[in-house]
Design a protein around this ligand. Structure first.
Ligand SMILES: Nc1ncnc2c1ncn2[C@@H]1O[C@H](COP(=O)(O)OP(=O)(O)OP(=O)(O)O)[C@@H](O)[C@H]1O
Ligand SMILES: [Mg+2]
Length: 250
């Protein structure tokens, strides 16, 4: 379970303060898949980084499985897997297998556990053919798959993905989506940001919509469709943004 309580995050950029998150509160229950929606600069990455203990809220607090992100980051790091868009965190000079072994060692997995886990992940992602090749020569999609495997090497209960399918081809995106289904069946809690409405509507139980640092909606997707009288998430999202800013302007 993730509890976000009245989180505000301000960045100081020279003498200018940028408020990336404004009093954001919501809870993610265990086993839920939550889609984080918002325009560029809405605060999605900032929120994910804050949950991942990589940023400290200026105000408010976040707990993950009851642990506070600022007071007990190590407890949280053990339990989460994170992947941020563009940053694969892989070493080009190592093979895919060596990269995965390296991260497995960081999480204290035994040699045997590591081997079994890498085998499983390689099969799941269709990475067998290039497991022993150096990551430096990989295509974007190949790299992304290894990065996703790295995120999951220690079998975390909570997974945070920032725009995980950006740059992936249709096949790789589909593999990723199937994988989310699988993780959901395994009872994992997943929060991911995306600009692809269809991805969110097919994979998520609930959505959190952000607009200029504020949460304009959080809740169950089915309930949202019902109250809006539409199944068109793109349309709902756009109208929420308009209504959200009207609401906050008045
Ligand atoms: N380290 C930083 N220093 C200064 N400002 C920052 C920093 N990180 C984020 N911001 C600002 O916070 C706001 C939210 O940024 P964030 O990256 O969270 O948006 P996002 O929703 O992930 O956008 P995108 O869809 O483009 O990835 C933006 O105005 C951004 O410029
Ligand atoms: Mg972002």
């Amino acid at each position: 379970m993730i509890e976000i309580k009245q989180v505000t995050k301000k960045f100081q950029d020279k003498k200018v303060f940028v408020t990336a998150l404004k009093h954001v509160s919501f809870t993610v229950e265990k086993g839920q898949v939550v889609g984080l929606l918002g325009e560029n600069g809405a605060g999605k990455t900032t929120l994910l980084r804050s949950i991942a203990t990589l940023l400290t809220p200026t105000e408010g607090s976040i707990t993950v499985e009851g642990y506070d992100t600022t007071k007990q980051p190590d407890e949280i790091k053990k339990r989460i897997g994170v992947l941020f868009g563009g940053e694969t965190g892989l070493y080009n000079r190592l093979t895919a297998r060596e990269n995965l072994e390296y991260f497995a060692a960081m999480y204290g997995l035994s040699k045997h556990e590591t081997k079994v886990r890498i085998d499983d992940l390689a099969t799941m992602f269709g990475m067998r053919d290039y497991l022993n090749r150096k990551v430096g020569g990989f295509s974007k999609g190949m790299r992304q798959k290894v990065a996703i495997a790295r995120t999951l090497i220690h079998n975390p209960d909570i997974i945070l993905f920032d725009e995980p399918t950006t740059g992936l081809d249709i096949t790789s995106s589909n593999i990723f989506r199937q994988f989310i289904h699988q993780l959901k069946q395994d009872g994992k809690t997943i929060v991911f940001s995306s600009h692809i409405m269809e991805e969110v509507s097919t994979l998520c139980d609930s959505v959190a919509m952000m607009h200029k640092g504020e949460l304009v909606y959080h809740g169950d997707l089915d309930a949202l469709y019902k109250t809006e009288g539409s199944n068109d998430l793109n349309y709902i999202f756009m109208s929420k943004l308009v209504r959200g800013s009207e609401y906050h302007a008045s």
